[in-house]
Design a protein around this ligand. Structure first.
Ligand code: G3H
Length: 542
């Protein structure tokens, strides 16, 4: 069933969610086993907050995680998590206090000291264990993703599995890169004899504070947690409000894996009460943040610690005359509309050479018409955006474009937080949507006279996360890639962060530091050197 009326059946959706998700998972598992009858598996998959996750719930409020235990906040208060689709309270989490933050930091500092003395192979072993538990329990975690961020069920499952793989990859990579150091000899620098042997290794920073965003609360949490832990750091997680329950389930998988008490903590609450307190806490030695421009203010207040920040993008898709337009259209749909455009790496502006613009727009329009719109439980392509304020913001961009004369390829339609996919043609640079990040299923097309015009538009943006170029001429593609001021340029594909071990970084307001497994491990360590000074030069005669 696709969307037929304004969520009339919402009361049934919550009830049917676990069944449809279980059915989806069971069907997948049955297929993998070559079993055509999957019905026997239905109901075996537990729901969020049940089975092994019972401990994380206190009545109807999820607990926070501190000192290796699930706790109820002394505040006696909770924060409501609104289901984007139903716009009703779906979950509640603890509103932790500053005192509880202090306690968590104290534990994190002391647990890190022993963790740094834990052999690397043992750290890796625990991470592999956590990854396995996470993947084994993908159903209840995916269920909470569906309910608190309206991510389509199949994408929610993918997020959990991808996260397990990321943790394991990180454990393996950490064992390799942290198991090696450097050995330098002094006589390579002018004026020196071989009297100094320099040994370098990588050591942990201390306490890493991880703040993931709502759109990938599990995956972008583990992309911070796993590198921090393998490198010998302790980790304090502050989940986004929407996505907090999925994060708490994920943290429980680390708990069950047997990590030492206090090494990992997860503190929930209102940003207004504990946000600055956390990011400015003197115990924090590194902040890894993904989100919006809050990151800019965090970076101004954080002090002299390493920062890893990804703060969004306005990824441009430049289309040349010789591009394969069917390939471009498929990538615009995938890049612009998957998870309803709520990805930092979504295609957020199409810059197409005028001579092929009509044909491209027609192809994209035909594909937009096929997108399904409705509940995430039913795997619809387009689901409700995360909040009413987000939907209002998107609508503001659409209305501005309307007032200034953009061509609407579809009728603009919104019900609650659900916005139908919309392609806006003939967008001009004086329209807000040409520059601002809608984080919704609305995509502007600017018709350009030359490649230079496209590059200039891309480079005039405050953002510089990713971009893409479509052409059959690889030489031109390389030149354009070099000219685009973005952290990554994809040639003949939509922007994307993954595979998760690839470097991922933004220029300008899109962020600082580079992510990806190896870069994150390196960022969460510092170099330590020991120099052996010899009384007389010593040369190997070999
Ligand atoms: O939303 C920001 C994410 O880092 C994008 O990740 O390219 O895998 O969707 P993705």
């Amino acid at each position: 069933m696709l969307f037929t009326a304004p969520f009339i059946k919402l009361s049934l959706i919550n009830f049917s969610l676990s069944l449809s998700l279980s059915h989806f998972l069971n069907t997948q598992e049955a297929r993998q086993r070559g079993d055509s009858s999957s019905s026997s598996l239905i109901f075996k998959t537990s729901m969020a907050g049940t089975g092994i996750f019972t401990d994380i719930l206190d009545g109807d409020v999820y607990k926070y995680y501190s000192d290796g235990e699930w706790k109820t906040s002394s505040s006696g208060k909770s924060v409501a998590i609104i289901n984007p689709a139903t716009r009703k309270t779906q979950y509640k989490v603890q509103a932790c206090t500053q005192e509880e933050v202090n306690k968590v930091m104290e534990m994190a500092k002391s647990a890190q000291k022993s963790w740094a003395k834990t052999p690397l192979w043992k750290r890796a072993e625990l991470l592999h264990k956590a990854a396995a538990i996470l993947k084994d329990n993908k159903a209840p975690i995916a269920e909470s993703l569906v309910k608190e961020i309206a991510k389509p069920a199949k994408d929610s499952v993918t997020e959990v599995v991808r996260s397990g793989d990321l943790i394991s990859y990180c454990a393996e990579e950490g064992v390799r890169i942290l198991g090696e150091g450097k050995f330098l000899l002094s006589d390579s620098f002018p004026g020196n004899e071989r009297t100094k042997y320099c040994l370098t290794s990588k050591i942990p920073l201390g306490v890493v504070l991880a703040i993931p965003p709502f759109n990938y609360p599990v995956n972008l949490a583990v992309s911070k947690i796993a590198p921090a832990l393998i490198a010998g750091n302790s980790l304090v997680l502050k989940p986004p409000t929407q996505g907090a329950v999925s994060c708490l389930h994920m943290v429980h998988c680390f708990h069950l894996a047997g990590f030492p008490k206090g090494l990992i903590s997860c503190i929930t609450g209102k940003g207004s009460e504990i946000g600055d307190f956390l990011t400015m806490h003197p115990a924090v030695n590194c902040i890894s943040f993904t989100g919006g421009d809050t990151g800019i203010s965090i970076s101004k207040k954080a002090g002299m610690i390493p920062l890893q920040m990804e703060l969004g993008g306005k990824d441009a898709c430049i289309v040349l005359e010789d591009a394969d337009l069917d390939l471009v259209a498929s990538n615009i749909i995938k890049g612009g509309f998957s998870y309803s455009g709520q990805r930092c790496t979504a295609v957020k502006v199409v810059l197409v050479i005028k001579s092929v613009a009509d044909e491209l727009v027609e192809k994209v329009k035909a594909k937009v018409a096929k997108l399904t719109v409705g509940p995430p439980e039913e795997n619809c392509d387009i689901t409700a955006v995360v909040s009413e304020s987000s939907a209002n913001f998107i609508e503001g961009l659409v209305m501005d474009a309307k007032d200034k004369g953009a061509t609407f390829c579809q009728e603009y339609k919104r019900e609650g937080n659900l916005i139908w996919p919309l392609l806006l043609d003939n967008v001009r640079p004086d329209m807000r949507i040409a520059w601002e990040e809608p984080f919704g299923p609305v995509l502007p097309v600017l018709r350009i006279n030359s490649v230079e015009e496209g590059i200039n538009h891309c480079n005039a943006s405050n953002f510089g996360l990713q971009g893409c170029v479509f052409t059959k001429d690889i030489n031109k593609a390389i030149l354009i890639s070099d000219a685009m001021e973005t952290g990554t340029v994809q040639i003949n594909s939509a922007p994307a962060r993954g595979p998760d071990h690839f470097p991922f970084q933004g220029l300008k307001d899109s962020g600082i530091g580079s992510q990806g497994v190896t870069n994150s491990i390196n960022l969460m360590t510092k170099v330590k050197t020991t120099v052996i000074n010899l009384p007389t030069p010593s040369y190997s005669m070999g």
